[in-house]
Design a protein around this ligand. Structure first.
Ligand code: PHE
Length: 333
């Protein structure tokens, strides 16, 4: 019996000494596995006398019970410890301040475009859009710009290769033609979008720029409606004390036409006027081309450069800053 007592002492001591669940498993294999002393003792049983075998059997059972009880107790302890260790390792410190991710924001041009549209939407205009690759018919013909009209050269048109009569629109006015050919007065739309001209890049020119076109066609629309609309716009965008001034000008699609300036008060008593847009009364030819009766209806139209408004509003000296995406510039707005 002494061998079993000794075995039990060793086994319980090994269980007690196990520090991880892995060690404990190893102890189980060592003391109860196929190649263990226990298995050898069990095998030796068949050679014993019945009397002896019975006593030996009881002793073996006692060993197994003692082993199992010690094993289970240790298992529970070690498992609890393993769980605590894992929870400790995966612990989240909810009191740590979060890392700051700077929020993005719309580009200055988008912000200014939205502000401008808001002003016109507030007056009752709705937004209409058209394609940037446009037919010469909408961009020129329906707008009273004949094929050999100098305006076609002046606008330095970019033609689209491989297509008959497709241009990158030189202004947002073709959206006027589109709206007028597909709807009945009263019409009140503003049309924002990109426009293209084959201009060399410098501080005030870019081959890609953007405009907002405005169009109002109804009965009895006259020049004072145009002036009032543009004055309200200028005051909303630049300040309640602003004035506007209309200078005679020429556009093939408006008659009469005007260049519109907004007043400014600079530093040191420096007063002056800055040109912000082109406008006029829709030429009766344009109404006719677009299927609207010029004897019944009249209208006004205007086209505003968004870059120009953004530059005036925010003292941007060079138009290239609006397209270069320099983070230091963008972060100012
Ligand atoms: N389309 C003109 C331009 O781009 C601007 C304009 C629009 C003028 C509407 C009058 C009326 O220069």
């Amino acid at each position: 019996m002494n061998d079993l007592d000794a075995l039990q002492r060793d086994a319980l001591a090994a269980i007690e000494a196990a520090e991880h669940l892995d060690d404990l498993d190893e102890v189980r294999v060592r003391f109860t596995g196929k190649r263990s002393d226990l298995t050898a003792i069990q095998k030796g049983m068949r050679d014993l006398e019945p009397e002896e075998r019975k006593a030996r059997g009881q002793a073996l059972n006692a060993f197994r019970e003692a082993f199992q009880a010690a094993f289970d107790a240790r298992y529970e302890q070690l498992q609890g410890a393993a769980l605590r260790e894992r929870l400790e390792a995966e612990r989240l410190d909810l009191t740590l301040p979060p890392r700051r991710v700077p929020p993005g924001r719309p580009h200055l041009l988008t912000q200014v475009e939205q502000e401008m549209l808001d002003v016109f939407i507030g007056m009752g205009f709705r937004v209409a859009e058209g394609p940037e690759a446009e037919s010469g018919s909408y961009n020129f013909d329906l707008l009273n710009i004949e094929p050999d009209h100098p305006a076609r050269q002046e606008m330095d048109t970019i033609y689209v290769d491989g297509f008959d009569d497709v241009v990158l629109r030189t202004h947002t006015s073709p959206v006027q033609s589109r709206v007028m050919t597909t709807s009945e007065p009263p019409i009140a739309v503003v049309c924002p979008g990109r426009t293209y001209r084959a201009d060399a890049v410098d501080a005030t020119h870019s081959p890609v720029f953007s405009q907002i076109e405005g169009l109002y066609v109804a009965e009895d629309v006259h020049m004072a409606h145009l002036r009032g609309t543009l004055l309200a716009f200028a005051r909303a965008m630049f300040g309640a004390d602003r004035e506007i001034r209309l200078r005679p000008s020429f556009f093939p699609f408006t008659e009469p036409s005007a260049e519109v300036d907004v007043s400014f008060d600079g530093p040191g008593g420096n007063h002056g006027w800055l040109e912000i847009l082109g406008a006029g009364m829709v030429d009766p030819n344009v109404l006719t081309f677009c299927g609207i009766d010029p004897d019944r209806y009249s209208g006004f139209a205007f086209g505003i450069g968004i870059e120009r408004v953004a530059m005036l509003r925010h003292q941007v000296r060079d138009i290239r800053e609006l397209f270069e995406a320099d983070a230091r510039f963008l972060a100012r707005f």
